[in-house]
Design a binder for this molecule. Structure first.
Ligand code: ATP
Ligand code: MG
Length: 566
């Protein structure tokens, strides 16, 4: 996009939108706007400057951490540059809604958001200042007419319409709700190899989920193992990581146990939760949370050390030696003989078997939860894992770019702001909310990731800055320019956006630029074609020179090609 003159980088994650890029941005925004309006949402505009107290009300001033841009005004008051606007809109609605009869309500805005991303990357894909559409809905109930579920479903369909109309190849996946909190959530992913997100798909059932959320089908397991193996302690100096130890012990990482220490974060008395997975697997924090039924956070290292955990060398045996410790074990980390930490700095052990080396009741497949030990799916899914929806099928991994995300928020924000209303029975009810985001500027970049070749961008027709570029071979030749102007006029009367390239450049330069900026159709006006009262017609997708089309037929030919996706 930079090479094509669509955007220009001003700083890390900060861009100028130049005329071509701005046209695309506006086209995406317009499609979003039309679909939001059709789904019953109403547009408004909220401020980018948000008093910090609003975020403090939901503790997100802390939760967002360094992602939040903050500044202090001349009176010493702290203000944030809004990264998202749940708080602002909740407070707005609290002051505006007086009766349940005004519900449900769904409002949206298209606005610049600010996030001090640790690693801004890939142009508009991850900016520090970016354009987002966000919508927020308010309801008296989850179920029934006017309830959250109804609006959620309407927004889901509207999102499908938006991305279909933008000409994008996308997948809808089940998603983790993340720090925003809430229950159900879907993400809309543009399918692209360069995407940051991993999507798991079951080809048979159609189930698809972000790897952060993806369930794994049933896996059989047992703690039975050959208990005649010798339990041996090894000196493994400065090797807290799995890879290095595995190499040192001459083992595959898949024969090691990885034990990650979490602590409960539900505000109640702290419990330690040690999540145990196979060395080549990754612990999934959301699954750990779901397994134990309480929010968790990676343990504070200093506190964990004080409690007796030797971080980097933790073994499952801590469940027997450290108070208030619980184990959650992934099924793949049960059967067999393992290498694990030795709960002692710079030491590991080999020959660990669960049914001999743990002095504590173990669960079984029939009863997967024992006193302080449970077995549950707590790791990230991987390609080849059993599908959770079809026993005969296996998961496949793909890459995607998240362009939209919808959440059922529930009452988190309404509670924080005491946003409640008397229902028809005069009973005070906390409102239920949904929130729905689209990365408008990211969608522009994602469509380029999805659709380009070595010569440049190939815009999907509906969001292309122009549909047709009329390339004038010799701008000093008035016959060329006269025909170009007349042709452009008749094209634009047919509803086609036309760009005339009458720069005083060599034809080769113009052809190259036309390919680079990715306009779906190029009509070239030169002596040879004009001699036959024709223009040279070339689709951006096609290689070679194109063919001659009579000038009078050009608009119709353009329309039919554009209507068929360029
Ligand atoms: P990510 O996981 O990619 O950081 P997110 O889940 O934090 O994104 P949301 O809070 O869900 O993002 O924001 C809604 C939408 O805004 C996202 O689906 C995405 O399309 C877009 N978006 C988020 N962060 C950025 C960014 N830094 N630059 C451009 N678009 C963004
Ligand atoms: Mg998201």
């Amino acid at each position: 996009m930079i090479r094509a003159g669509c955007i220009r980088q001003v700083g890390a994650g900060i861009y100028d939108y130049l005329p071509l890029g701005y046209r695309v941005l506006n086209k995406v925004a317009q499609i979003v706007r039309e679909e939001m309006d059709a789904a019953g949402a109403t547009e408004l505009l909220l401020p980018a400057l948000v008093p910090i107290e609003l975020y403090a009300g939901t503790k997100r001033d802390k939760e967002y951490g360094e992602l939040l841009f903050k500044l202090t005004d001349r009176h010493g008051r702290e203000v944030a540059l809004g990264p998202t606007h749940e708080e602002t809109v909740t407070e707005l609605v609290k002051g505006s809604i007086t009766s349940y009869k005004q519900l449900p309500l769904n409002v949206y805005q298209i606005q610049t958001k600010f996030r001090d991303e640790f690693r801004p990357r890939a142009g508009l894909l991850r900016g520090r200042e970016f354009v987002m559409k966000d919508a927020y809905s308010f309801h008296l109930s989850v179920e029934g007419a006017g309830g959250l579920n109804e609006t959620y479903d309407a927004m889901y369909s509207a999102y499908v319409n938006v991305f279909t109309r933008c000409g994008l190849d996308f997948t809808v996946v089940e998603a983790e709700a993340g720090p925003i909190g809430g229950s159900a959530s879907h993400e809309f992913m543009v399918n692209a190899e360069t995407g940051e997100d991993t999507i798991m798909v079951c080809p048979k059932s159609g189930y698809s989920a972000n790897v952060e959320k993806c369930e794994i089908g049933p896996r059989s397991w047992s703690f039975e193992a050959d208990s005649s193996v010798e339990y041996i302690k090894h000196h493994t100096p400065n090797m807290p990581g799995i890879e290095a130890v595995a190499e040192h012990l001459n083992l595959e990482p898949s024969r090691m146990l990885k034990s990650i220490v979490f602590q409960t974060a539900d505000g109640g008395p702290r419990r330690w939760i040690v999540a145990v997975v196979r060395g080549d697997h990754d612990v999934n924090e959301g699954k750990v949370r779901d397994a134990i039924g309480s929010p968790v956070a990676i343990a504070d290292e200093a506190e964990a050390k004080a409690a007796g955990f030797v971080i980097g060398y933790v073994s499952p045996r801590v469940v027997c030696t450290i108070a208030d410790t619980h184990l959650v074990i992934d099924p793949d980390a049960t059967t067999g003989v393992w290498a694990t930490g030795a709960d002692e700095r710079d030491h590991h052990v080999t020959g660990f078997v669960w049914n001999r080396d743990l002095d504590m009741p173990l669960p079984s497949e029939e009863a997967p939860v024992a006193e302080r030990i449970m077995v549950a799916d707590i790791r990230n899914a991987m390609e080849g894992d059993p599908s959770p929806r079809d026993a005969s099928s296996r998961l496949v991994a793909r890459r995607g770019i998240e362009v939209g995300h919808i959440f059922k928020l529930g009452t988190k924000y309404a509670e924080a702001f005491d946003l409640s209303i008397l229902d028809p029975n005069q009973k005070k009810q906390i409102l239920t909310m949904g929130c729905y985001g689209i990365g408008v500027s990211r969608t522009v970049a994602a469509s380029v990731e999805m659709s380009h070749d070595d010569a440049g961008i190939i815009w999907p027709v509906p969001i292309s800055p122009y549909h047709v570029v009329v390339t004038v071979m010799d701008p000093k030749n008035t016959e060329h320019t006269t025909v170009a102007d007349a042709l452009a006029l008749s094209l634009s009367e047919a509803g086609i956006d036309v760009l005339i390239d009458d720069r005083k450049e060599r034809p080769g330069v113009k052809f190259k630029d036309a390919d680079l900026i990715g306009i779906p159709i190029r009509l070239t006006i030169g002596n040879k074609a004009l001699a036959e009262e024709s223009v040279e017609f070339k689709r951006r997708r096609d290689a070679g020179k194109g063919d001659l089309v009579p000038i009078a037929d050009a608009p119709e030919r353009c329309l039919s090609v554009l209507n068929n996706g360029g």
